[in-house]
Write a protein that binds this ligand. Structure first.
Ligand SMILES: Cc1ncc(COP(=O)(O)O)c(C=O)c1O
Length: 450
């Protein structure tokens, strides 16, 4: 057992995953889920297969933002479950730990040399998985999606001009725009038959001359859309017509639910549309390597790529490169199993919410390991004075605080995701299903009492 695990085990058992841990031990040993958990959903607890995603992996005390940051915000111990920030709770693919362990035994950490193996891994992964043919020299390696998008905004959008977003969308886009000193403009999506849809009329009406870039987030965080080829083409053609560059953020592109297909923007069948875009990606969501600081961007247009490169500078860390290379080379099997597990988690969440939390609105995700729950009826039913006591600047932020105090569950307030996020909370489902069940039981009880 590692020092971190040893040091924090008691704390973790006291808080998050207490019954989950106990349940997991039994369930894993017998190869079957607990009867109680299976009762509330037709989804079996255990995915089976080579890797164990059921046994909760204790991250408490490892300085992770998902579990440790809220604990600092709630020092009184009311916080129990970190279901916010988009990282997975699973133990990483063994090939990553093996590669890092081997590298650590070489005791020198001077500047890195070639990024060629990483580049080769990116080309192979995108070609084999997603059918996108990338020339190695069309790729720029970065230390995150943030720095790439910020560089692109600096390059394509003059200070004070605008970047267009279909909202609700990833909160980070607003901070990227701030860092590039450009303004954002939301085109709120429409909610049609349980799916978020682009409001085409609204989108086009907002394509004014001061809008110089548009971020297409595919899959879209937090609404979970996996955009079809037709939708991407339509967005791309509108953007081209209005002289707007497309920045395709595809960081969640591997986490796609069954029955859906990710279409890389750079593969849509219109060369002009493709040449008017830059794509941003990483396997940091795929393999939970966010703090290893590795990402990349590419464009089929050498001119566009050169323009972004002009404003971009990134330095990689040795361990980040080693971890990413190992994931590209040997991690596919781990991820494929993780993705099935995540899909089942979404099924679990859907059936749980529909069965036990009828006042909460559920939207069926197509991709990502996040879910965007509609708590507007719950928020409206809470005494406004009680909610206001939390002293935050939006009802959703007050509800975040309220829910943490009532259930121990910490979610992200929908108001952080732009226009249309009101009444909603974003939740991360990339955890052991045993933990998820505890989390939902705790939330359902709090909501039932309103
Ligand atoms: C859509 C999207 N883009 C970018 C990021 C952040 O990327 P990075 O950590 O590589 O800067 C996230 C993180 O959650 C995200 O969801």
């Amino acid at each position: 057992m590692s020092k971190i695990t040893e040091l924090n085990r008691r704390k973790f058992i006291k808080g998050a995953g207490m019954t989950a841990l106990a349940g997991a031990a039994g369930a894993v040993a017998t190869g079957a889920g607990t009867a109680a958990a299976q009762n509330s959903s037709s989804i079996p607890l255990l995915a089976g297969g080579k890797y164990d995603f059921d046994t909760p992996y204790n991250r408490v005390g490892s300085n992770c933002s998902r579990w440790d940051s809220p604990a600092r915000r709630y020092p009184d111990g009311v916080f129990k479950y970190g279901m916010g920030v988009a990282s997975m709770d699973f133990e990483c693919a063994p090939c990553i730990t093996e590669a890092l362990t081997e590298r650590v035994l070489h005791h020198n950490w001077g500047y890195l040399g070639s990024s060629q193996p990483l580049r080769d891994g990116i080309v192979k992964w995108n070609g084999e998985r997603h059918g996108v043919d990338l020339a190695p020299d069309s790729i720029t390696i970065s230390d995150g999606v943030y720095p790439g998008v910020i560089a692109a905004l600096r390059s394509f959008v003059p200070i004070g001009n605008k970047v267009l977003l279909t909202s609700p969308c990833y909160s980070g886009f607003y901070s990227m725009a701030r860092a590039a000193r450009v303004d954002t403009l939301d085109s709120q999506m429409r909610y049609v038959n349980g799916r978020y849809e682009v409001d085409w009329e609204d989108l086009e009406s907002k394509m004014t001359p001061d809008v110089r870039a548009m971020i297409v987030c595919n899959p879209q965080n937090p609404t979970g859309n996996v955009w079809t080829q037709d939708e991407l083409l339509r967005m791309g053609r509108l953007a081209l017509e209005h002289n707007i560059v497309v920045l395709a953020d595809e960081i969640h592109s591997d986490v796609i639910r069954s029955a859906h297909k990710y279409t890389p923007f750079a593969s849509v069948p219109d060369e002009e549309v493709v040449n008017n875009s830059v794509s941003f990606n990483a396997i940091s969501k795929t393999f939970n390597l966010a703090a290893m600081k590795n990402a990349y961007f590419y464009s089929k247009s050498p001119t566009m790529l050169a323009r972004v490169n002009q404003y971009h500078r990134a330095e990689l860390s040795t361990l980040g490169v080693v971890a990413n290379e190992a994931a590209y080379q040997n991690g596919a099997e781990w991820f494929d199993q993780a993705n099935v597990y995540l899909d089942d988690n979404h099924h679990f969440v859907e059936s749980y919410v529909k069965e036990h939390m009828p006042s909460v609105g559920y939207t069926r995700n197509e991709g990502t390991f996040m879910t965007f729950l509609d708590f507007s009826r719950v928020i409206a039913a809470i005494d406004p004075d009680e909610l206001a006591q939390h002293g935050k600047n939006t009802p959703e932020a007050n509800f975040q605080d309220w829910l943490t105090h009532k259930s121990g569950v910490y979610l992200n307030p929908g108001s952080s995701y732009g226009t249309g996020g009101d009444g909603h909370m974003r939740m991360n489902v990339a955890s052991s299903r045993l933990v998820l069940r505890e989390v939902f039981d705790a939330m359902a009880e709090a909501v039932r009492k309103v």
